[in-house]
Design a protein around this ligand. Structure first.
Ligand code: ADP
Length: 585
C-alpha cells in the first residue's frame, strides 16, 4: 500500500459521498412517501365528502351496495360499515365474507372522533394501502361509517425510480471524481515522492538540488524551501569540513604534541608529535584511556590536575632514561557552559633549549677552566721571578720560557675561540672560488712535515690528477686540513704513519687523513667534535691542544656543504673523512 495518505483521503471522500447519498436517499424517499400520502388522503377526503352529501336509505341493502359500487368506480375501494363493525357493503368484495371491522383503528377513530386515518400493508396486494374512515348518517338517521382506501402501488415505483436515478448518477459522479482524483493524487503523490527521495538523498550527504517545480502551490514552495535548506546545509558542511581539515592539517603538522582528553580520561584526539613524545608512535590512541598509553606519572598528574581543578596547568617533564628529552607541558581544561568536559594537552619539546643552556653553562665553565691553568702558571712563575728567581741565573730563563709557553697557549685559545665565534656568528667572509686540491694539501703538508719529522713520523699525501677543484674558501680548506693533520701528528707515537688522501667518489670528493696513532674510543667518537671535548685530556693539553680544533673543522666543513666522520680503533689509528660535494652550494 504505497501512498497510504492518499488512499486514506480517497477512502474518506468515498465515505463522505456514500453518507451524502444515503442521507439524500432517506430524506427524499420519506418526502416522496409523505407527498403521496398527502395526495391520497386529500383525494379520499374529497370523495368522502361527496359520498356523505348523498347518503343511501339505511333499510335498503341494495341502495347501500350501489352507493359503495358507484364510488368504487372512481378507482377507490369503498366499504360501508355499521356502528357495530359489521360490513354492510364493499365495492370489491362480498361483505358476507368480510370480518367485523370494529378493531380497525381508522374505524374506531371515525366512530369516536368522526374520522380516522390509517396506512397499512395489504398482504393480498403486497403494497401499502391508505385508509380514510368517515362517520355519516343514512337518510333514515342510521349511523354508518364509510371507509375509502387507495393502494399506494405507484409510491414504491416512484421511490425505486428515484433511487435508481440517484445511485446511477452518484456512481457516475463517483467514477468521474475517482478518475480525476486518481490523476490528481498520482501527480501529487509523485511530487511528494520526489521530495521524500530528495530528503533521504540529503540525509545521505547528496546535496544536488531538485529540478525546478513549475507549479504554484504549497508543494512547489516546499520544494524550493528544501532546495534552499540543502544548499545552506551543503555550504555549512563544506565550510565545517574545510575548517576541520585545516585544523587537522595544522595539528598534524605541528611540532608540538597536542592531545585532547575527556573527563573519563580517554584520548579523544592526539597528533603524531604527541604520540612520538609520549613514546607511543604507531599505536592507535583514540578512545583509549590515557593511563594505558602514558606511564609517566608527571604527565598524568598534570592532566588530572587540569581535569579536576579546571585551571590551566604548566609544568616541565623529563622523559627517557638514557636519551632524556625535556618537555614543557601545558594542560588547559575545555569548558562547556561552565562545566569541564575535557582537557587539551600541549607538549613543547624544549630538549634543544635545555641542551643549549647546558652547553652555554659548560662552555663558560670550560673557558674558565682552560684559561685558569695557563694564567695560574704565568702568575706563579712571574711571582717566583719577582720573589728573587730573577737573580737565579740557572732557572730564570726556564721560568720565562714556561711563562711564554703558557702565554702562547692562551693566545692559541683566544685565537681558536675568536675563530669559532666568527664562524658561528656568520662573520667569516669566505672567498668562494674553485680551489685546486694541490693548493690545499701541499702547503699543509709542508707545515705538517716539520712537525712529523720532529716526531719521527712518516707523512705522505696521495691524490690523483682527476680530482677536480673544490668550490670554497682556500683559507678555510687549509684550516680544516691543517687541524686534522696536526691532530694526526699529535696523537700518533713516533715511528707511526700519517696519510692524506683525496679522491672522487660519485658526486663527492672525499679528503681523508689517516694515522696509525692511539685511536679514539667508540664512546668518544660522537663527541670529539664538541667544543673542549677531549678523548685524552692530558695528552691534548701536554701537546698544546685547545680542544676546539675539531669543532672549528666541523663548522667549516658544514659551511661548505660537506660532512665529516671518523672511523677509529683504539691502538690502531684513526681516519677522518671529509665529504665535499662536487657541485658548489
Ligand atoms: P685537541 O686540541 O685536544 O686536539 P681537537 O678538537 O682537535 O682538540 O680534538 C678533540 C679530541 O679528539 C682530542 O682531544 C683527541 O682526544 C681526539 N682526537 C682528535 N684527533 C685525533 C686523532 N687523530 N687520533 C686520536 N685522537 C684524536
Amino acid at each position: 500500500m504505497k501512498n497510504r495518505l492518499l488512499w486514506k483521503i480517497g477512502f474518506l471522500y468515498l465515505l463522505m459521498l456514500l453518507l451524502v447519498v444515503f442521507a439524500v436517499d432517506a430524506y427524499v424517499v420519506r418526502a416522496i412517501k409523505k407527498e403521496f400520502l398527502d395526495a391520497a388522503f386529500s383525494q379520499l377526503e374529497s370523495l368522502a365528502r361527496l359520498a356523505v352529501l348523498n347518503p343511501p336509505q339505511a333499510a335498503e341493502e341494495n341502495a347501500i351496495k350501489k352507493w359503495a359500487e358507484r364510488f368504487g368506480q372512481s378507482g377507490v375501494r369503498m366499504t360501508v360499515i355499521a356502528e357495530d363493525g359489521r360490513v354492510l357493503a364493499d365495492s370489491i368484495e362480498d361483505p358476507a365474507t368480510m370480518e367485523n371491522h370494529l378493531p380497525r383503528p381508522e374505524i374506531r377513530d371515525a366512530l369516536m372522533q368522526g374520522s380516522g386515518r390509517a396506512v397499512r400493508r395489504s398482504p393480498t396486494l403486497g403494497s401499502d394501502l391508505v385508509y380514510l374512515a368517515q362517520s355519516c348518517q343514512s337518510k333514515e338517521g342510521l349511523d354508518l361509517v364509510i371507509r375509502l382506501s387507495l393502494p399506494l402501488n405507484r409510491l414504491e415505483e416512484a421511490q425505486f425510480d428515484f433511487r435508481s436515478r440517484l445511485w446511477v448518477i452518484s456512481l457516475l459522479i463517483l467514477a468521474v471524481a475517482s478518475g480525476a482524483s486518481l490523476l490528481f493524487f498520482r501527480t501529487v503523490s509523485n511530487r511528494i515522492g520526489r521530495l521524500k527521495e530528495f530528503s533521504s538523498r540529503v540525509a545521505d550527504g547528496d546535496f544536488r538540488p531538485l529540478p525546478l517545480d513549475q507549479n504554484k502551490d504549497e508543494l512547489a514552495d516546499l520544494s524550493s524551501t528544501m532546495n534552499q535548506t540543502a544548499l545552506k546545509l551543503d555550504r555549512t558542511i563544506r565550510t565545517l569540513t574545510e575548517e576541520r581539515n585545516q585544523s587537522a592539517a595544522v595539528l598534524a603538522s605541528m611540532g608540538e604534541g597536542v592531545a585532547v582528553i575527556g573527563t573519563d580520561q580517554k584520548v579523544l584526539y592526539c597528533n603524531d608529535a604527541f604520540c612520538s613524545a609520549a613514546g607511543i608512535a604507531g599505536m592507535s590512541c583514540q578512545g583509549r584511556p590515557i593511563t594505558e598509553l602514558i606511564r609517566h606519572s608527571d604527565f598524568l598528574l598534570i592532566i588530572q590536575k587540569a581535569l579536576a581543578g579546571g585551571e590551566t596547568i604548566h609544568g616541565e617533564v623529563v622523559v627517557g632514561s638514557i636519551r632524556t628529552r625535556s618537555y614543557s607541558v601545558t594542560s588547559a581544561p575545555i569548558r562547556n557552559d561552565g562545566i569541564t568536559t575535557g582537557a587539551v594537552m600541549v607538549l613543547h619539546d624544549i630538549t634543544e633549549i635545555r641542551r643549549l643552556e647546558r652547553a652555554r653553562r659548560d662552555f663558560i665553565a670550560n673557558i674558565s677552566h682552560e684559561f685558569k691553568t695557563p694564567l695560574t702558571a704565568i702568575q706563579g712563575f712571574a711571582e717566583t721571578l719577582l720573589g728573587g728567581a730573577l737573580e737565579d741565573a740557572g732557572n730564570r730563563r726556564r721560568f720565562l720560557e714556561i711563562i711564554r709557553e703558557h702565554a702562547l697557549r692562551l693566545g692559541r685559545l683566544t685565537d681558536d675561540l675568536l675563530k669559532l665565534a666568527q664562524i658561528e656568528a656568520g662573520q667569516m667572509q669566505p672567498e668562494i672560488q674553485p680551489v685546486n686540491i694541490s693548493a690545499i694539501i701541499d702547503p699543509c703538508m709542508e707545515v705538517g712535515r716539520i712537525k712529523s719529522d720532529q716526531k719521527g713520523l712518516i707523512l705522505n699525501a696521495e691524490y690523483g690528477a682527476d680530482v677536480p677543484p673544490l668550490f670554497g674558501d682556500l683559507r678555510s680548506f687549509q684550516e680544516i686540513l691543517q687541524n686534522l693533520l696536526d691532530n694526526a701528528v699529535r696523537y700518533t707515537p713516533p715511528g707511526g704513519k700519517v696519510l692524506v688522501k683525496a679522491e672522487v667518489d660519485g658526486p663527492e670528493v672525499i679528503v681523508s687523513v689517516s694515522d696509525t696513532g692511539i685511536g679514539i674510543p667508540k664512546a668518544d667518537q660522537d663527541r670529539i667534535f664538541e667544543r673542549f671535548y677531549r678523548a685524552d685530556a692530558a695528552r691534548s693539553r701536554e701537546s698544546g691542544g685547545t680542544g676546539l680544533g675539531l669543532a672549528i673543522v666541523k663548522h667549516l666543513v658544514e659551511a661548505h656543504g660537506g660532512r665529516i666522520r671518523v672511523e677509529s680503533e683504539v691502538g690502531q689509528g684513526s681516519t677522518f673523512y671529509i665529504h665535499f660535494p662536487l657541485e658548489p652550494k
